[in-house]
Every structure is written in structure tokens, then in C-alpha cells.
Unconditional design. Sequence first.
Length: 124
Amino acid sequence: MEALASSNDKGFTLIELLVSILIISVVFIALLHSLILCMRYNMLNNLRNEAAKIAQGCAEQIRIGQSCPNLIIRNFRKFSVTYNISAPNPATFSSGTNDVAITVSYSYGGKDYSYTIRTVIYKE
């Protein structure tokens, strides 16, 4: 009697294995791209928050009659960022209320960014 070949073999064929590796690779690449975007936006938010802190500190210095520095360097995750500050000199203010705009600009990833606050400062 002849032995019949069983068609109920359990296992994967080479084609099934290659297709599953391809699907897993595509999913992994998409997840990796999402992770890189999240890291980039997180860094941009950190840099913008630091610019806001610098602008607020400069506004407080102007309120007490001191001028702001033109340049501040801060270190972030193994690199440094230079913040350029554009603010008026408090010695030039007239008596009464003065509209003040403070702009902090910086570069990251080859692009330029800026953060501006506007406030009113009263001088007697």
C-alpha cells in the first residue's frame, strides 16, 4: 500500500515568512518615523519654552530699569542654542506708559524661529 502525503502540514512556507517580514518592516519603519517626529517636536517645544522664559526675564529687567543682554546661549542635549534678544533700552522710555515688544530669535534644524511678547511698562 502506498502512503498518502498529508496535506495538513503545520508550518510556514518561505513566501509566507517573507511576506510577514515585509509587513513587520513596514510597521517598524512607520513607528520609527513617528518617534523621530515626536522627538523633533518635543525639542522645538523645549526651545520655544526657553525663549518664552528669556523674554519674560527680559521684561522683568526692563521693568526695574535694567537693559537686557543681546545674546544668551543655552545648552540642550549635547548642543547649544544662541538666543538673540531684541528689546528697547529702558533709558529711552518717555514718562507714562510705554508699549514694549521683546523678540527672542533662535535657529534650529536650519530654520529660524522667533518668540515675541508685548507688554506695557509705566515710567514715572
